[in-house]
Design a protein around this ligand. Sequence first.
Ligand code: NDP
Length: 406
Amino acid sequence: MTKELYDLGEMPPLGHVPERMHAMTIRAERYGPPEEAFAHEIVPVPKVGPGRVLVYTMTAGINYNNVWAALGRPADVIAARRKLGEPEDYHVGGSDGAGIVWAVGEGVTGLEVGDHVILSPGDWDERSDDIRQGRDPAASRSMRAWGYESNHGSFGQFCLVRDVQCHPKPEHLTWEVAGGFLAAAATAHRQLFGWQPHTVRPGDPVLVWGGAGSLGAFATQLVRNAGGRAVAVVSTEEKARVCRDLGAVGTILRTEFDHWGRVPEDDDPAYRHWADGVRAFGRRFWEELGERRSPRIVFEHSGADTLPTSLYLCDNEGMVVTCGATSGYRSDIDLRFLWMRLKRLQGSHFATTADCRIVTDLVARGLLDPCVSSVVGFDEIGTAHQEMHDNVHPWGNRVARVNALG
Ligand code: NDP
């Protein structure tokens, strides 16, 4: 017998799509602290259009996208979607996840109902004109970060993706691992290996901000795997230990410095404090590395607080590669360091499908620790985002159980 609504963890007959589902939603009237913005609601199961795949969600990764969605800034994701003609006045987030293919839309090939898949957040249209002209999909006009810029993410009992977002789940990975690593691992992989000639080479010094965070934990390991030498920046001794276990050759506690943020004008007496701070930080980098070499690659995502230091410290002809701005997206760039020393500031957004397959294979073969350090219940999704916002969350990656009840 089929039903209109199933409990979480109660599996409908394979392929039967119920009318309604459980979801953790965000609504505009609740925008603000994530623990208040999220609520458990019953909403319609999304319809499966051409090229789309409906997935019975087993687990969902917690990542920063839905901290931003909950806050309603810097973008109001619900208003942005409604402008595009999508009617829902609620947002079901979740940009990382794993589950079972439940229905496929017209034109989908290579996927069948019952397949176990890992979902990537790269929601772009492979048939869009700019991609056909050779534009990188991450920069395509059709690109949206799934479960952030688009609706029906993994915080719903069923989620809706494009076929290009589905990657086969290696059989031996648990649902908790499968749903928790891809967005960060693939993003970190692209940052470190996607921007020729600035890819990690054996011996290269690399500065990794937030070395025990979701992105940073992968960056630290990927640098080690390539023979590079990561010095990880963190805010606690415990996280420093994690980074050393993951292969960092050194660690720096950012709490020992206070020159972060905007750079004062040269004639402002405060400039001396900034310059002393950044030089001391640089000396500390050399001490941790064990030699006087500057980072050939700086792995950025922390934003306004750290970017001036990143650009200063980066080696001549080196690259600062960034995919985010946790501490703020308006930052100071002293252009003299950029042009006089031939440095490169590279933006990097998510990853290619090849990056997704590479990191999944590394995890499957035990060469990349997925760093899933904790698992939370469905109703703890709001609290988990609040802890991430407050930077008091556990190291690595956090996963929420959706239909996989353990
Ligand atoms: P996490 O919270 O897991 O890790 C970020 C780490 O950054 C924290 O562990 C913290 O480490 C450090 N950090 C926080 N605030 C500061 C600060 N003011 N200065 C220096 N370090 C700081 O987040 P993620 O790794 O998942 O994501 C990081 C950022 O990257 C987010 O802004 C996210 O939106 C973005 N992102 C972008 C992607 C893209 O495709 N464009 C993909 C994935 C993430 P500690 O306190 O130990 O220093």
